[in-house]
Design a protein around this ligand. Sequence first.
Ligand SMILES: *[C@@H]1O[C@H](CO)[C@@H](O)[C@H](O)[C@H]1NC(C)=O
Ligand SMILES: *[C@@H]1O[C@H](CO)[C@@H](O)[C@H](O)[C@H]1NC(C)=O
Length: 446
Amino acid sequence: MLLAGISATLIAFSTYATAFNINSNANYASYYGQNSAKNQKSLGEYCQDAIEDVIVLAFMQGFPNILLNFANACETTFEGSTLLNCPNMAKDIQYCQSQGKAVILSMGGASGAYGFTNDSEAVSFADTMWNTFFKGSSDQRPFGDAVLDGVDLDIEGGGGIGYPAFINQLRSHYTSDPSKSYYITSAPQCPFPDAYLGPTLDSAWFDMVYVQFYNNYCGLNAYPSSFNFGDWDNWAKTKSVNKDVKIFIGAPGSPAAASSGYVDGATLKTIYNDIRSKYSSLGGIMTWDISQSRTSGIATEIRAALGAGEAGKGVDIENKNSEVSSAESTTSTTSSSSNLEDANEPTSSAPYNDINELVQVTSDTSESTIDSSEPTNDTSGDCPVDGASCAGSQQGCNGQQFALCANGKWYLSLCAPGTICTLNNGGVVCDWPNGRSTNTCGVTGG
Ligand SMILES: *[C@@H]1O[C@H](CO)[C@@H](O)[C@H](O)[C@H]1NC(C)=O
Ligand SMILES: *[C@@H]1O[C@H](CO)[C@@H](O)[C@H](O)[C@H]1NC(C)=O
């Protein structure tokens, strides 16, 4: 709840997340495009920081006659056509990719008319997809020159015909461009096997599967009794064509994002850590959708909970983190702000053109008390250092970085450019300095 103050007032930066890595168990995927919180920003704004690793664009809600819908993110069509023409999203996709994120287009969704009647239609639609969104060519490409990183199947209706043929054909196009990695992902609901995609999941290649652990008896709210990640892990290892397929814990981004299944950030962290200790198929966390997760603040908590992750399976996360931390702490033993910025170099180069607008937009939905209460200094004056030990759910400030305690270790992240970290009502927030010191240290909570 306190973290909501942080992300509602700024875009927070993670020290660790740098780029999507398919082999990591600490990736964060979020859906963008359906504006479910009614305050969806441009894709580029969400890509300025290092919170998410994978952006899944939702949705292509009609196919094989393409019907795209990204709510307020794209509302223009090609002349004489119903096909969306989205030059702004095109630029943003390329920007997100330059920030190390994978951008994937989701086909399907809860509403819409879609589906194939036979395999040949599915195969020919894979050719259309390659030409329209990937390295092929077409007169009308909604995202112009941008080349997507993959396709997601969120099939919640329309039958299950043709998907294996579609995937096989698209993957054969993928291999024609060895210059980059392309992915096939899916978002089944948690009851196993999935009603629509069950047979497809068993017979076609998937790189990542974001299981929707919500709106069902097996959701996050049923942890641990009926929460069924184990069924999906078992599928990954015994039935999946790709035995290294990564399973994500799909979570609602706020209480309003799903009818059931929402758990708060602390609970999600506990579940994630438990799953991480038990199941090597874990790929990370997915949220529906980014407008919800950024507004509620859970996106920041998820990034902190994921931490650096590990580039491989079965590595003890604590060891991995201490490696990272010891390297970091050598540069952060002095706490001058220039050192801190050096330690976070990747984020400081991000363009930040619309900071006023960001603050304006987000302040509408903020429930925090930043403006109405004076910051109070912590009397201990402790200066949290990345990787050093901390207790419980302590939070803290180190100048322009805010610190979250996770698994007994501090994770420091940069406040948005121009803002400082202050202790506030037993938590921390990043806020405009308004004459305050830009170098305050302190620890609060427990
Ligand atoms: C596949 O479905 C399409 C569209 O309904 C149809 O035109 C085509 O004849 C079908 N092909 C076969 C081989 O059944
Ligand atoms: C809080 O810390 C700042 C910077 O160290 C200092 O200038 C200010 O007086 C302190 N405020 C309180 C209420 O102690």
